[in-house]
Design a protein around this ligand. Structure first.
Ligand SMILES: Cc1cc2nc3c(=O)[nH]c(=O)nc-3n(C[C@H](O)[C@H](O)[C@H](O)COP(=O)(O)O)c2cc1C
Length: 200
């Protein structure tokens, strides 16, 4: 059961990507298989031209399709999520997130746009068929120091919130696994199983 981490920042030295690395390490520690998709590394032209079949783009979309859980991380740009994330989400099939567990994460300059995850990103995830969207994590730049030597420095309050988010993701994945085992679902079909559970 794979969790795919999607980094939506165009920046090379990115706070939200630092957060992704931190969360991913926690999941690996919990024994869950993970993958990482950095959208800034995708070929720009086909991405902007909406070419879902182009090499690199098709593989990235396939990784989303195969994931059972997806952690989506984005910076706040102009009171919303990043444009890079939007052009990628636009390429997903109509119900491309159906049956998946979603954890949205955002970093922003101030608390003024803390509701970006709920007001801007959540409706887009719902439009792509997501029904298992866990409470998101919004982090201000002041709570996340990027030290060139020590790496990511996280204060105690944020650490607690991240632990809660990871715990919630791990528990949800575990519940789905148990339910799938009881229902004798084939490995690799959990997304489809979850979709059937949700649609009743
Ligand atoms: C073009 C641009 C627009 C931004 N707009 C906002 C904004 O509207 N609200 C906000 O809180 N922060 C805004 N910020 C600050 C970033 O969200 C913040 O620094 C974030 O942590 C950057 O994440 P990243 O390093 O992963 O790209 C903006 C930054 C940039 C570069």
């Amino acid at each position: 059961m794979t969790t795919l981490f999607v980094s939506g920042s165009p920046s090379a030295r990115s706070r939200s990507s630092g957060l992704v690395a931190h969360l991913r390490a926690r999941l690996v520690h919990a024994g869950l298989p993970t993958e990482h998709l950095a959208l800034r590394e995708l070929p720009a032209q086909p991405l902007l031209h909406g070419d879902a079949t182009a090499p690199g783009i098709a593989e990235a979309l396939d990784r989303v399709a195969r994931a059972d859980a997806v952690v989506i991380a984005t910076p706040v740009y102009k009171a919303s999520y990043s444009g890079l994330l939007k052009v990628f989400l636009d390429l997903l099939p109509q119900y491309g997130l159906e049956g998946k567990i979603l954890l949205p994460v955002a970093t922003g300059g101030s608390l003024a746009h803390a509701l970006v995850l709920d007001y801007a990103l959540r409706p887009v995830l719902a439009a792509a068929g997501a029904t298992h969207v866990l409470p998101g994590v919004f982090v201000t730049d002041g709570q996340l120091q990027m030290d060139p030597v020590q790496g990511l420095c996280i204060d105690a309050d944020l650490q607690r919130r991240l632990d809660d988010a990871v715990g919630s993701l791990v528990r949800t994945v575990a519940r789905l696994r148990i339910a799938a085992t009881l229902a004798d679902v084939e490995p690799g079909s959990l997304g489809e199983f979850s979709r059937r559970c949700c649609s009743g």
